[in-house]
Design a protein around this ligand. Structure first.
Ligand code: HEM
Length: 412
């Protein structure tokens, strides 16, 4: 660590924190543990943010949305032609996750009323049926990628079905959504304009399709979230514009799909890389609910989330000026020895975890109950139907500073 001067303040600069570098990408926890003695908050030029690593600091920031804003925290600039093409048809900012009160509170009230615990609980049977079918269809005599063949199809089908995307459209919607995602930061990455426009057209097609579904459900209700949001909207208690309603569903599908698929992947990897762990799990000696919570602490699927600082402030003894970005490192907080004794050990018997991997406060993960349900059922079904699973090779992680994800997980 060095110190440098910026904004007139001396601050801890950490040029070595590069989440894309292979060593940190594969094992961020050892690096973070070695770094801990030199202070819990540092500036990373690689990501252009202050990284906050201590549980108590991350927790305090999450509880102070006035100083640490979600608006303009997830930033991406579009080429002006792309902006013009999308204007009025595709939302330009992240819904819910990129909003502050009062708009966040209003939209979140609507979604909370539509996406209830009871609705999630009702999904148990459907998720189990789907997980069982996918597990039964896995190849029996050749290695396969369990992410591509099992966890991704499971979580995509569940969230898209829950929203109300017809079964036959799910794959197309997913492909369009992937192209739309490529636009985030495209200009900064130097993506050629033609490619940006192709992605913009995909975003238009995706949103046009969802708009049609929304229009249809207004008069033809179904057992899905689009209909449930219509039901809330009709009461007139909380205003919601057409564009806001449209913006809710693609956001939900993105937020609810890869995150959960990757948590299933990370959990399976840690079970299979120690065959005795997998055997204990298959034999039923591991409580699956506890295991999922411990995995969220131990190797979650979202490293953290950013916030924009609205006024000069101090975190963990470090002065942070207004306008800067901070990165709340949930995964580091989960390994804070002051909060979790023997943090580097995976111990499914830990109790009262209260990890921060679903965030906390106003933006607490909307889909936490669904993510827990899907991960538990996925693991139960694999253990029941494929108890002999074995890891074929050590996987690699995707270079990303928000998603902790394996590229593939090849098993047999
Ligand atoms: C293991 C899987 C998941 C993880 C680790 C995860 C993690 C998170 C975290 C950390 C946040 C808080 C972000 C912040 O404070 O800025 C969040 C918010 C959110 N999550 Fe999840 N999530 C998961 C699954 C899901 C699922 C299945 C859904 C959808 C059904 C979902 C929908 C959302 C939404 C809509 C928000 C924004 C809430 C708001 O800003 O009010 N997530 N998630």
């Amino acid at each position: 660590m060095t110190t440098d001067t910026q904004h007139g303040t001396r601050f801890p600069l950490e040029p070595d924190y590069d989440p894309f570098a292979p060593a940190i990408r594969e094992d961020p926890y050892t690096w973070l543990a070695n770094r801990r003695d030199r202070g819990p908050v540092f500036f990373s030029p690689a990501v252009g943010m202050w990284v906050i690593t201590r549980y108590a600091d991350v927790d305090a920031v999450l509880r102070d949305p006035d100083t640490f804003s979600s608006e303009n925290a997830i930033v991406g600039r579009y080429h002006p032609e792309v902006t013009a093409r999308l204007a009025g048809k595709v939302p330009m900012t992240a819904t819910l996750i990129g909003m502050d009160r009062p708009d966040h509170t209003r939209l979140r009230r609507i979604v909370n009323a539509a996406f209830t615990r009871a609705r999630v609980a009702r999904m148990e049977e459907d998720v189990t049926r789907l997980a069982r079918r996918l597990a039964e269809d896995l190849p029996r005599d050749e290695p396969f990628d369990v992410l591509a063949r099992f966890s991704y199809p499971l979580t995509l089908t569940v969230i898209a079905g829950l929203v109300g995307i017809p079964q036959q459209d799910i794959q197309r919607c997913h492909d369009l959504s992937e192209q739309w995602n490529e636009l985030l930061g495209a200009d900064e990455r130097g993506m050629p304009l033609d490619d940006q426009l192709r992605c913009a057209d995909a975003a238009l097609e995706y949103h046009a399709h969802i708009s049609e579904l929304i229009a249809q459900r207004e008069h033809e209700p179904a057992d899905d979230l689009i209909t449930a949001v219509w039901d809330v909207r009709r009461t007139g208690d909380v205003p919601l514009s057409d564009m806001e309603m449209l913006s809710l569903f693609p956001g939900l599908i993105s937020a609810g799909h890869e995150t959960t698929a990757n948590l299933i992947g990370n959990t399976l990897w840690h079970l299979l890389r120690r065959p005795e762990r997998w055997r204990a799990f298959v034999d039923g000696t591991t409580d699956v609910g506890n295991l999922v919570e411990e995995m969220l602490r131990f190797d979650t699927s979202i490293y953290g989330m950013p916030r924009r600082v609205t006024r000069d402030t101090v975190v963990g003894g470090v002065a942070i000026p207004a306008g800067d970005l901070v990165f709340l490192h949930f995964a580091a907080a989960g390994h804070d020895p002051d909060r979790f004794p023997d943090a580097a050990e995976l111990r499914p018997t830990r109790e009262d975890l209260q990890h921060l991997s679903f965030g906390r406060g106003a933006h607490f993960c909307l889909g936490a109950a669904l993510a827990r349900l899907e991960t538990r059922i996925a693991l139960e079904q694999l253990a029941a139907i494929r108890p002999g699973l074995r890891l074929v090779s050590e996987p690699e992680h995707v270079p990303h500073f928000v998603f902790r994800a394996l590229r593939e997980l090849v098993v047999e």
